[in-house]
Design a protein around this ligand. Structure first.
Ligand code: IPE
Length: 272
């Protein structure tokens, strides 16, 4: 295997490991270590070739099931407030466990990293959250910053909410210097399809822009933040600032190397 060819200019790659990639979304707290390990070895290659890498991961069955049950995305509910407070602790502890699985995998691949949990630095949800992103801007030889979708405090009457890793991606992609590529790594699908992926004749959209609209399915059963529609919308916002923005099949993570080296890649390139 050859390291990725990159230009001498500093470049930063931001990757989102979707919850649907790294967990089994239908089984509470079921982590897919093989999937994470495959991404970790690609991260190692990126780092070894001089890229600055920033990682964001989702929640999958470590977050959505419990968050949905207690309505955590909608903020405080007077009637179930005490149960919600307990659920917040559980979801945060579960996210810490999933994050540990990611960190341990990276460490096995020889990649040093540091976790920056949103509950410690972000207030508010959506792309307008408040928070200092300075800790994510690092040189390629420094530990890779890792963050994730989380339950965060809000500054309005809702008191708390769910900050999606997809919204964090938008801010990181658009506000950090030298970002050359952002990729959303999906589970079990090559990118955006023209129809819901379950349908037999659905085909991969090689490029997509938000004007084209979208007929994908929204996985209401499991997602408290918005599923593929949210990812596509966020990717489209990032494409205003970053040249290479992709939705890729994270089960074949070497495709990220193709994006970085400007090769022909199977996936959906998001155009502004
Ligand atoms: C959701 O984060 C966080 C919680 C439910 C606690 P994301 O929106 O980034 O997660 P995925 O990628 O859809 O699982």
């Amino acid at each position: 295997m050859h390291p990725v060819a990159i230009s001498s200019r500093m470049s930063r790659v931001v990757l989102k490991l979707g919850g649907g990639l790294i967990t089994d979304k239908s089984r509470y707290r079921h982590v897919r270590t093989d999937r994470i390990d495959a991404v970790s070895s690609v991260v190692r290659e990126l780092r070894d070739s001089g890229q600055s890498v920033v990682l964001v991961h989702g929640a999958g069955s470590f977050g959505h099931l419990e968050a949905r049950k207690w309505g955590l995305a909608d903020g405080i509910d007077d009637e179930s407030h005490e149960s919600q407070i307990r659920a917040i602790s559980r979801v945060r502890a579960d996210m810490d466990d999933l994050n540990r699985a990611v960190i341990e995998s990276l460490s096995r691949a020889g990649v040093d990293c540091e976790t920056l949990p949103p509950r410690d630095w972000a207030i508010g949800v959506g792309t307008e959250f408040e928070g200092d992103l300075g800790g994510f801007v690092r040189d390629p030889d420094e530990p890779i910053p890792v963050t994730f979708g989380d339950v965060v405090d809000t500054s309005d009457g809702s008191k708390f909410g769910i900050l999606s890793g997809d919204h964090i991606m938008v801010r990181l992609g658009c506000e950090m210097p030298d970002v050359t590529a952002c990729a959303f790594l999906l589970g079990d699908v090559d990118g955006l399809m023209d129809k819901p992926p379950g349908e037999l004749d659905s085909t991969l959209l090689r490029t997509w822009s938000s004007e084209q609209g979208f007929s994908g399915s929204h996985d209401l059963d499991h997602d408290v933040t918005g599923g593929i529609l949210l990812k596509a919308g966020c990717a489209s916002e990032i494409a205003r600032c970053v040249e290479q923005v992709w939705l890729l099949n994270g089960a074949v993570p070497r495709r990220v190397l193709g994006v970085v080296s400007h090769s022909d890649v199977v996936g959906t390139r998001i155009l502004h």
